[in-house]
Design a protein around this ligand. Structure first.
Ligand code: KG4
Ligand code: ZN
Length: 336
């Protein structure tokens, strides 16, 4: 079965053709990062307009690269939640038009489920049940995936997502937006024990995350240095990046440790833009190894937003009977 996936929830316009949920025939991603970098973050209205300009060409290119005509596609899968509402509506409306005009079914896909499904494209042996940890610019969620379409949320970020904290810390250290990848590199050159940033727990919710305190701690640390008239040199910046990264990862892996200690031992899937972080990848794999469970992570190219992951999850949603009506709405926030 051939599914055309469409993703436009934030600042990437993407289309992809995936066969039987597992085989990626093409994946085209048009990123708007250079535009939003001028403002230091994603500007929603600009994102919507850029999606509108890009989407038609991106879909044509995905079909062309897959060597597939629109008539050969069996169904369209599209991200309908969560994300920036105007951005989501652009992709959803385009997909509705394509589905209606070609008489093909339309499948609504939850963005976080899509991130998890990125792993299906590269790990043929991966099947539920497993635990999934999605760490991205907008979300930090720990879930139990009982079947391809049964998700139970175990914990989530109560305030800033991990990626947001990365981007803010990077900005404080003078790195361009989005700073996650640059922070990764800088942290490799620093000493993670040099600055004591603490990891917060959420009282009464052992699997929830809180990163806003950590983010503020970095802001305060840098501001204090500035007020003293000190200029942070590259060595000090690397130490701050390493210490921040260490505290953030500690927050994540301690939840995972508790989960694997007191619950059923299941494989762990890591996904989302921040899953590209080399330190996080290593720490999650080490934690899984210490509990004797498998760890699955997508390659860097499938960690960030892309439509192949949407087409993959769309396949399993389709098999379970999920279809979008033509009045399907988009949602900025929606439980997984
Ligand atoms: O999943 P994603 O592409 O978009 C959302 O759904 O939010 O995630 C983007 C986030 C950004 O915050 C970016 O800085 C972060 O992923 N990111 C990283 C790395 N690469 C991307 N964060 C830490 N280390 C990285 N190597
Ligand atoms: Zn995402």
């Amino acid at each position: 079965m051939l599914i055309l996936g469409i993703e436009s929830s934030c600042d990437e316009t993407s289309a992809s053709v995936v066969k039987d949920g597992r085989e990626m025939l093409s994946c085209v991603v048009a990123t708007q990062i250079a535009t939003h970098a001028l403002y230091g973050g994603v500007v929603p209205e600009i994102a919507s307009r850029a999606h509108t300009e890009a989407i038609s060409g991106v879909v044509s290119e995905a079909l062309y690269k897959a060597g597939v005509a629109l008539g050969e596609i069996d169904a369209m899968a599209v991200t309908y939640a969560p994300g920036l509402i105007g951005a989501l509506l652009t992709g959803l409306s385009f997909a509705k038009g394509l589905a209606y005009s070609s008489g093909k079914p339309l499948i609504p896909v939850h963005h976080i489920r899509g991130h998890v499904a990125a792993n299906y494209l590269v790990h043929p042996d991966l099947k539920p049940p497993f635990y999934a940890l999605v760490v991205s610019g907008g979300h930090t969620s720990l879930m139990k995936v009982g079947s391809y379409t049964e998700y139970a949320l175990l914990g989530r970020a109560r305030d800033d997502a991990a990626g947001e904290a990365f981007d803010k810390a990077a900005r404080m250290l003078g790195l361009p937006y989005p700073g996650g990848a640059a922070m990764d590199k800088l942290a490799s050159e620093g000493d993670p024990t040099s600055v004591k940033f603490t990891s917060a727990t959420v009282h009464g919710s052992e699997y929830d995350f809180s990163f806003s305190g950590l983010k503020t701690a970095v802001i305060n640390y840098v501001h204090t240095a500035q007020m003293r008239g000190e200029t942070l040199d590259e060595r000090e910046k690397a130490d701050i990046a390493a210490s921040f990264t260490g505290a953030l990862i500690y927050t994540i892996v301690t939840r995972l440790d508790k989960l694997l200690t007191y619950n059923q031992k299941l494989p762990v899937v890591l996904a989302g833009g921040v899953a590209a972080n080399s330190h996080l990848r290593r720490a999650v794999c080490d934690m899984c190894a210490s509990h004797g469970v498998s760890c699955f992570i997508p390659p860097l190219s499938l960690c960030g937003d892309n439509a192949a992951m949407i087409a993959s999850q769309g396949y399993y949603e389709f098999l379970s009977g999920v279809r979008a009506p033509l009045d399907q709405n988009a949602y900025a926030t929606l439980g997984v």
